[in-house]
Write a protein that binds this ligand. Structure first.
Ligand code: SF4
Ligand code: SF4
Length: 227
């Protein structure tokens, strides 16, 4: 696909770097394994633009209809982004408490345990990488190094869209599909859902000292992407 916004191409390259990392780790996750597909997934406006870029008008309309019925239901509404969290931690501050409950239900896009946008799913879905099937163990089994890598990718993805927005997948797609401004390059004068929060630039990477050496090859791969 040819993109008018070079950031979308960069996002695909970043996803490819992450998928290569995951592919080397022998995780149990695969297509049609959907216990982690909850309505609490979050993403940036740029990621939402990547999802909708590949959808035909009928599919967009079907998603709009689905979201119309689902937007009144409870779901995770983030208070801060990961780069804002990193800034607060770096300043010794206390981040706000977030409320999230997997029992709020399945992702609005999920159909018969299948994700219709699997190839362009956002990083919040992509980063669910468990060494054992959640259906066997009751929860994802993710090691500490993978969590560190996930944080770094989330931070870079937010930075790529630093003038955009972050939010729940339902709110974000509803905004993008109704012609909202979340995927625009600037927030100036834009109108958007009040449930979406502004992204922040990356100032401090959340990498614990014990992972700083091991993560270098991944950082080197990320540096090759023109962001
Ligand atoms: S995180 Fe768990 S439910 Fe999600 S794909 Fe992996 S094994 Fe399946
Ligand atoms: S977007 Fe796809 S992979 Fe992500 S939670 Fe929804 S159905 Fe699952």
């Amino acid at each position: 696909m040819v993109f008018s916004d070079p950031r979308l191409k960069a996002l695909d390259q970043l996803y490819a770097v992450y998928d290569q990392f995951t592919g080397n780790r022998n995780v149990a996750c695969q297509k049609f394994c959907a216990d982690c597909c909850t309505c609490n997934v979050t993403l940036t406006g740029l990621e939402a633009a990547r999802i909708t870029a590949g959808l035909d008008e009928n599919t967009k309309q079907a998603i709009r209809w689905k979201l119309t019925n689902l937007l009144a239901r409870p779901r995770f509404i983030p208070k801060i982004t990961i780069n804002r969290l990193a800034d607060i931690c770096a300043q010794g501050g206390e981040p706000p408490e977030e409320v999230v409950d997997p029992a709020w239900g399945a992702c609005p896009l999920l159909e018969n345990k299948s994700c219709p946008i699997y190839d362009v799913r956002p990083f919040g879905c992509r980063c669910m990488t468990s060494f054992q099937k959640c259906s066997d163990t009751g929860a994802a089994d993710i090691d500490d190094f993978s969590l560190t890598v996930n944080h770094v990718f989330l931070q870079v993805i937010e930075h790529m869209d630093k003038n955009g927005y972050f939010g729940n997948i339902s709110d974000m797609l509803a905004d993008v599909l109704s012609g909202g401004a979340v995927a625009s390059k600037t927030r100036s004068g834009s109108h958007h859902s009040p449930r979406l929060i502004p992204n922040s630039p990356l100032n401090t990477l959340l990498i614990p000292p014990g992972h700083r050496e091991k993560i270098q090859p991944i950082l080197a791969a990320l540096r090759t992407i023109q962001i």
